[in-house]
Design a protein around this ligand. Structure first.
Ligand code: CMP
Length: 140
């Protein structure tokens, strides 16, 4: 399996509780390498643009407000089958349904405040990485 990349976001509920290190440890223990990382505060416009695919969903306004409510840590993860590997370590979107030991099962507060985001396909990963990172901010 070739090495690939995915985008991860540590969400405001997790940065607020000082969980960046614990989440990064889980990511690294899953065999993923953090090759780009920065802590930023999303504007509402950035959150709307990033989640534009969800703009017709009933939870969109709340999601945008939540994602711009505090700092996030955006990350580029690299490893074999990075998208699927990260989705496995994250667990299901709803923390109540996430497998035991996954990041969302351990740390998620609700389906919205679910601690992490991860790209859902290699195609979307490429677009999501370039949304936040220029090539000189990623070092393998
Ligand atoms: P994420 O992987 O960041 O992608 C979209 C986000 O919308 C999702 O995680 C959740 O945090 C949020 N969300 C809020 N409500 C829902 C819902 N009912 N179904 C799916 N996602 C939701």
């Amino acid at each position: 399996m070739p090495v690939s990349r995915t985008l991860s976001i540590i969400k405001p509920d997790a940065t607020r509780r000082n969980l960046t290190g614990a989440i990064n440890a889980a990511i690294e223990e899953a065999g993923l390498r953090i090759v780009g990382q920065k802590r930023i505060r999303l504007t509402r416009a950035q959150a709307e643009a990033f989640y534009a695919v969800h703009k017709e969903r009933p939870f969109f306004a709340d999601l945008v407000a939540f994602m711009s409510s505090g700092p996030v840590v955006v990350q580029v993860l690299e490893g074999e089958d990075a998208v699927a590997r990260n989705r496995t370590v994250m667990g299901a979107t709803d923390p109540a349904k996430a497998a035991p030991g996954t990041i969302r099962a351990r740390f998620g507060e609700s389906i919205e405040a679910n601690s992490v985001h991860g790209s859902d396909s290699p195609e979307n990963a490429a677009g999501e990485i370039s949304f936040f990172f220029s090539s000189d901010e990623i070092t393998g």
